[in-house]
Design a binder for this molecule. Structure first.
Ligand SMILES: Cc1cc2nc3c(=O)[nH]c(=O)nc-3n(C[C@H](O)[C@H](O)[C@H](O)COP(=O)(O)O)c2cc1C
Length: 223
C-alpha cells in the first residue's frame, strides 16, 4: 500500500491507491514530507497534526453546567473551560446547538458543578443526550439542591458547585464568560479526584499533588 501523502487514498469510486501525477502539487507535497522527515531527524520530534494540538493543552476538570430556563432544570457536560482571573471569573465554550445555550443566554445564570472520577459515566451520559427530550436529573439520578442566588440548581453528588452569572458572550467563538458569585464545597466527600478530558474519548483523573506554594508566593492571591 502506498504511504499516506504519496497518492490518493482508496475510496468507493476508486478502490485502489492512485499515485500522485507528477506536477507542481506532487512536488510540493514531496518537499513538505522530506522537510518534515529532515526536521524530525534533527530535533527528535515528530510532527503532530495541528488539529490534535488542543489535546496537549489539557483543559481544567470536566464540569457539569446546570441551567433553568424558567420551566425546567437541565444539565450539560463541559470540558472546555478556562479561568480568567482570581475573582472567580471563568469562560466556557459552547453554542446554540445545545439545549442549555438558550437558557444560558436568556436567564444569564448557571451553576458550574464539579464532578469527581466516580461520576465519570454520569458525566459522559449527561454529555451525550439533550435536555430537549430527556430529564437528565431523573435519568442519571442527580439530586438538585437549591442555590442561593440563581434558579439553576446545585448538584448534591458533586464535590463543589459555583453559582454564576453570565457577564459576556463572545458569540463568534462560542465563549460564555461567567462570574462566580457563590461557591460551595462538600469537604466531607472522600473521593476528591477530578476528571480531565483529553478530547479523544479518554480521560485522566487527578494524581499526585505537589506543593510549591512557598516558591509561588508572589504570584498567588492572598488568602
Ligand atoms: C466529556 C464531554 C465533554 C463535553 N464538553 C463540551 C464542551 O466543552 N462544550 C460543549 O458545547 N459541549 C460539550 N460536550 C457536549 C455537551 O455536553 C452535549 O452536547 C450535551 O448533550 C448538551 O446538552 P443539552 O442539549 O441538554 O444542553 C461534552 C460532552 C462530553 C461527553
Amino acid at each position: 500500500m502506498a504511504p499516506v501523502g504519496f497518492g490518493r487514498k482508496p475510496n468507493a469510486s476508486s478502490p485502489k491507491w492512485e499515485p500522485l501525477k507528477s506536477g507542481p502539487v506532487a512536488f510540493a507535497t514531496l518537499r513538505i514530507l522530506l522537510e518534515s522527515v529532515r526536521r524530525g531527524r534533527e530535533t527528535g520530534m515528530e510532527d503532530l497534526p495541528t488539529d490534535k494540538a488542543f489535546t496537549l493543552i489539557e483543559p481544567g476538570p470536566v464540569v457539569l453546567v446546570t441551567t433553568n430556563d424558567g420551566h425546567k432544570d437541565n444539565v450539560m457536560t463541559i470540558s472546555w473551560t478556562m479561568v480568567l482571573d482570581f475573582t472567580a471569573k471563568f469562560a466556557i465554550t459552547t453554542g446554540a446547538w445545545n439545549h442549555s445555550y438558550a437558557a444560558l443566554t436568556r436567564t444569564k445564570e448557571c451553576v458550574i458543578a464539579i464532578p469527581t472520577v466516580d461520576l465519570l459515566d454520569i458525566v459522559v451520559g449527561v454529555g451525550t443526550c439533550s435536555g430537549n427530550d430527556t430529564d437528565k436529573f431523573a435519568t442519571f439520578g442527580l439530586t438538585r439542591v437549591k442555590a442561593n442566588y440563581v434558579r439553576a440548581p446545585l448538584i448534591a453528588e458533586c464535590l463543589a458547585n459555583i453559582e454564576c452569572r453570565v457577564v459576556d458572550i463572545v458569540g463568534r467563538h462560542g465563549i460564555v464568560v461567567l462570574q462566580g458569585i457563590s461557591a460551595h464545597i462538600d469537604g466531607a466527600r472522600q473521593e476528591k479526584r477530578l476528571i480531565h478530558a483529553i478530547g479523544d474519548g479518554t480521560f485522566v483523573e487527578d494524581g499526585r499533588r505537589f506543593d510549591r506554594r512557598a516558591a509561588m508566593q508572589s504570584k498567588l492571591p492572598s488568602v
